[in-house]
Design a protein around this ligand. Structure first.
Ligand SMILES: *[C@@H]1O[C@H](CO)[C@@H](O)[C@H](O)[C@H]1NC(C)=O
Ligand SMILES: *[C@@H]1O[C@H](CO)[C@@H](O)[C@H](O)[C@H]1NC(C)=O
Ligand SMILES: *[C@@H]1O[C@H](CO)[C@@H](O)[C@H](O)[C@H]1NC(C)=O
Ligand SMILES: *[C@@H]1O[C@H](CO)[C@@H](O)[C@H](O)[C@H]1NC(C)=O
Ligand SMILES: [Cu+2]
Length: 231
């Protein structure tokens, strides 16, 4: 009981610290333009057959772009920054935005990069007539709107309504287990776990400054734990 209270207080403190560090967060529009792209590690431009998505774009709790179109055989690749926070690309269902899409009967389970940083992870689209919904499983991120879609319909179950559903879960988001990468998926499949990015795409000055800010925040989190223990 005591341990539970302690760890949940510690976690909420941790999320507060992260939210402060990353700024933007829930309020950042998913459709941020590329004007400030230079301030963050960025995915390369799309090329035929390749759609590239930034994870935690501009240190916000967002995917950018968050709603993409990709035809059969297209590789959608997610670029995870290496700045001290891990994120994931975890397949969900429209009905449960912040929950891993588990296998059910004859329906296969979803893909999951697992929590990762400084890596890239790709999905090969296998049915472009069906939407793919995904979220970040890092505690608190999905509830702050860190979700995305591939081939979402323009009406009905839209990307906007999916994100709104995630935001309405908000801080009541349930912590998910992280068992590392899960290959496979529904309407799009991962064939490999995340792979490390080349040095040229990970080494930017903004990243090292973020890492420093994050390091500076560690004593805060430790302090939080000490305060909780003292209570
Ligand atoms: C995606 O999967 C299809 C079907 O297996 C394959 O033919 C295609 O080469 C894959 N695309 C990429 C970019 O690997
Ligand atoms: C599994 O599928 C069945 C039949 O479609 C459905 O009733 C049930 O809610 C599903 N279970 C989960 C955990 O999604
Ligand atoms: C993409 O593949 C799926 C599954 O094979 C198929 O149903 C769909 O028609 C294909 N899309 C196009 C545009 O051909
Ligand atoms: C999401 O992208 C699809 C195309 O894949 C588009 O039809 C739809 O309008 C977009 N939705 C939003 C809310 O931007
Ligand atoms: Cu995240």
């Amino acid at each position: 009981m005591f341990c539970l209270i302690q760890s949940s207080l510690f976690l909420s403190l941790g999320s507060l610290v992260s939210a402060q560090l990353y700024g933007g967060g829930a309020g950042s529009p998913a459709t941020t333009t590329s004007a400030s792209a230079a301030a963050a590690p960025s995915a390369p431009a799309d090329t035929p057959g390749h759609v590239n998505v930034d994870v935690a774009f501009n240190e916000g709790f967002v995917f950018h772009p968050a709603n993409v179109t990709a035809s059969n055989g297209t590789l959608v690749t997610f670029f995870f920054p290496n700045n001290g926070l891990t994120h994931s690309v975890t397949q969900s269902s429209f009905a449960a935005p912040c929950t891993f899409l588990a296998a059910n009967g004859s329906s296969p389970g979803g893909f999951d990069s697992g929590l990762t940083a400084g890596t890239q992870f790709s999905i090969n689209i296998t049915d472009d007539t069906q939407p793919i919904w995904f979220h970040c499983k890092q505690l608190g991120h999905c509830g702050m709107g860190m979700v995305g879609s591939v081939n979402a319909p323009p009406t009905g179950n839209t990307y906007d309504s999916f994100r709104a559903a995630a935001l309405s879960i908000g801080s009541s988001e349930v912590q998910e287990k992280d068992n590392g990468a899960v290959t496979g998926g529904v309407n799009g499949i991962a064939t490999a776990a995340p792979t490390s990015m080349s040095a040229s795409t990970t080494a930017t000055s903004s990243q090292s400054s973020s890492a420093l800010k994050l390091l500076a925040s560690v004593p805060l989190a430790v302090l939080g734990a000490v305060i909780v223990l003292a209570l």
